[in-house]
Design a binder for this molecule. Structure first.
Ligand code: SF4
Ligand code: SF4
Length: 286
C-alpha cells in the first residue's frame, strides 16, 4: 500500500498540470500529512503485516501533538520515500506482476536512487481547494486572494474580518485549516459579531464620499464603478447621491468622476496638496 503526499498541493509551474483556474496550487494543504500518517498508523494497528510506503516531499505534521503521528509511523515500520518536488512519483498499472500497481520514484533519502515499489493500492493525500463561491463573493464584495480563498483584512491584526464592515470569516474559506484552527476562528468571528450587535450604536468610518450637487452632471460614471453599490441617481435632481451607510470610503468614485464632483472626506485636493507640501518641506530640511 502506498500513500502519496502533496497530490494537488505545493505544486510547481512547469512540473504540475495547471488547475482549472489556469494556475498551479502552490500552497500547502496543511492537513493531509497528518491525516495520511494517522491513517497509516490505524492500518498498522489493525493489520501490522501490511507494508506501507509513504512517498512525500516534506512531512509537515504541524500542530500540537501531531509530530507523534510521524514518530509512531516510523516505529510501526512505515517506509518513507522522499521524492524531489520537481520529480514526482509515477503510478502505473502492472499487468504482468503480482501487484496491480507500481509506484516509481527517486528517493532522496537513499542518495537519489530510483525505486520501483509494487503495491495493491495507491492513496493520494490530496490538497484542499475552495468551492466556487463567486456568487457570494459578488454579493458581499469579498476580497479573494491569489489562491482563490477569501482574504481577511490583515492576517495578524484583523484575521477574521473582511474589508466589508460587518462580515466575518471563519474556517477553511480563508485557506486550509485543521479543526482546531477552524473552531478558534469561529469563536473569534462569533465574538466580533456579538460585540458589534451589543453596541447600541455603530460608528461609521468618517472618510466617506460626498457628491457636490453644483458640479455633478448626472453622467452616472460613479454608479458603474462603485464596488459597494453605494451610489444611486436622485430621480428628482437627476444627479448622483451617496448612501453614507453603504460607502466604505474606497475612493474609486472620486477617481472616476469626470467632473470632479465627488470628494472623499479627509482627501480633498487642498488636504492632499498640504500633505505633499509638508513632505517636500521635510525632505528639503532633512
Ligand atoms: S461621475 Fe461625477 S458627474 Fe457623473 S454622476 Fe457621478 S458624481 Fe455626477
Ligand atoms: S468611496 Fe467607494 S464605496 Fe464610497 S461611494 Fe465611492 S466608490 Fe462607492
Amino acid at each position: 500500500m502506498a500513500f502519496i503526499h502533496c497530490a494537488g498541493a505545493r505544486q510547481h509551474e512547469g512540473v504540475n498540470m495547471p488547475q482549472p483556474t489556469g494556475r498551479v496550487n502552490e500552497y500547502c494543504a496543511r492537513t493531509c500529512c497528518t491525516a495520511a500518517l494517522y491513517a497509516a498508523n490505524e492500518i498498522k494497528a489493525r493489520q501490522p503485516e501490511i507494508m506501507i510506503y509513504d512517498f512525500y516531499q516534506d512531512i509537515r505534521t504541524y500542530g500540537r501533538g501531531h509530530e507523534s503521528y510521524y514518530e509512531k509511523a516510523s516505529e510501526n515500520g512505515v517506509v518513507f520515500i522522499r521524492f524531489h518536488p520537481h520529480r514526482l512519483p509515477r503510478v502505473r498499472h502492472d499487468t504482468a506482476g503480482r501487484s496491480p500497481l507500481v509506484v516509481t520514484s527517486q528517493d532522496l533519502l537513499t542518495n537519489g536512487i530510483e525505486l520501483q515499489v509494487p503495491v495493491d493500492c495507491a492513496i493520494l493525500a490530496t490538497g484542499v481547494v475552495p468551492h466556487d463561491i463567486s456568487e457570494l463573493v459578488d454579493m458581499y464584495k469579498c476580497a479573494v486572494g491569489y489562491d482563490s480563498f477569501l482574504l481577511e483584512v490583515h492576517p495578524k491584526l484583523r484575521p477574521v474580518e473582511l474589508a466589508v464592515s460587518g462580515v466575518f470569516l471563519a474556517g477553511s474559506c480563508q485557506g486550509p485549516m485543521d479543526i482546531t484552527e477552524c473552531t478558534a476562528a469561529a469563536a473569534a468571528a462569533a465574538s466580533k459579531a456579538a460585540a458589534l450587535i451589543a453596541q447600541a450604536q455603530v460608528e461609521m468610518d468618517p472618510f466617506i464620499s460626498k457628491v457636490d450637487d453644483t458640479l455633478c452632471t448626472g453622467c452616472q460614471t460613479c454608479l458603474t464603478v462603485c464596488p459597494y453599490e453605494a451610489i444611486t441617481r436622485d430621480p428628482v435632481k437627476k444627479i448622483a447621491t451617496v448612501n453614507e451607510a453603504l460607502c466604505t470610503g474606497c475612493g474609486t468614485c472620486a477617481a472616476a468622476c469626470p467632473s470632479g464632483a465627488i470628494r472623499q472626506a479627509g482627501f480633498s485636493e487642498e488636504q492632499i496638496h498640504a500633505e505633499v507640501a509638508m513632505l517636500l518641506a521635510d525632505t528639503a530640511a532633512g
